[in-house]
Design a protein around this ligand. Sequence first.
Ligand SMILES: NC(=[NH2+])NCCC[C@H](N)C(=O)O
Ligand SMILES: [Mn+2]
Ligand SMILES: [Mn+2]
Length: 298
Amino acid sequence: MDINIIGVPIYYGADKRGPEYGPEKLREKKVASVLSKYNNKVYDMGDIHVPDVKDYDKFFSHANLKYLDAIMEVNKNLAHTVYSSLMSESFPLVIGGDHSIALGSISGVSRAHKNFAVVWMDAHGDINTQDTSGSGNIHGMPLAKLMNVGHEGLTNVYFQGQKVKPENVFIIGARDLDLGEIALIDKMKLNVYSADEIIEKGINEVMQAVMNKLKVNHVEAIHLSFDLDFIDAEFVPGTGTPVSVGINVDDTKKALKTLAESKLIKSMDFVELNVLLDKNDITADLAIDLLDWTFKHM
Ligand SMILES: NC(=[NH2+])NCCC[C@H](N)C(=O)O
Ligand SMILES: [Mn+2]
Ligand SMILES: [Mn+2]
């Protein structure tokens, strides 16, 4: 297949330096040639422009949505890039950057597909709003906005209204949810498979449950949004909000393999590599290994 690598060098959603060097780091690790094994044609489309901001821009538009204006702009442009990529029958691989970029990527996907699922592999739900977030960091909010909950600047990125149906949202690996997130998950009856459930039942059984629901929902495509902190903190020093008692690397690979073999993944985010926090490139090397593994099974 044709793969479009789209870099998004942004840290504003995390409000912590480091994720903005993710695309550069993975290019240095030869991500394009790694993925061009397996008969893929890989096109590096470069980076989405991320505007410079001043410190006073942080709270300029909203006190609890930090860097709102810059994040809206980046995501609008990302959305159209992802949409264009899908329209040319290519696979958009969006490399972050922090997780706020899922706003743009999934908005682009939403314009291209009628009935698609979002598989969100993450220690977090990223389903806060400006009212429930304790941090004001937008990387903790994209999934709420994509379901049309929260501030209209972000719910209306690229086009107005809901981008993904709640029944097609699958959060896997959660173990650090805020109270407001738990309330929203209950209210919208989201499919959440916690790290505890994975540890208790085993990853294969949980992934089978996910695959069954995807079938019942007749989805035509999966957008995989992979946050490196899905993996247990021990194995990912280079991520900004690590959480322990998580998923080991073997189980992560099993989950990715099951999803890849379904042949339903049509687009993907790979986010929250914090290059400044990484130790001896452990996390960057793991990132390359996981991408290699995923595309090998697609
Ligand atoms: N994409 C992430 N790493 N998100 C972490 C979010 C942490 C916390 N729940 C918050 O809203 O601030
Ligand atoms: Mn996340
Ligand atoms: Mn996370």
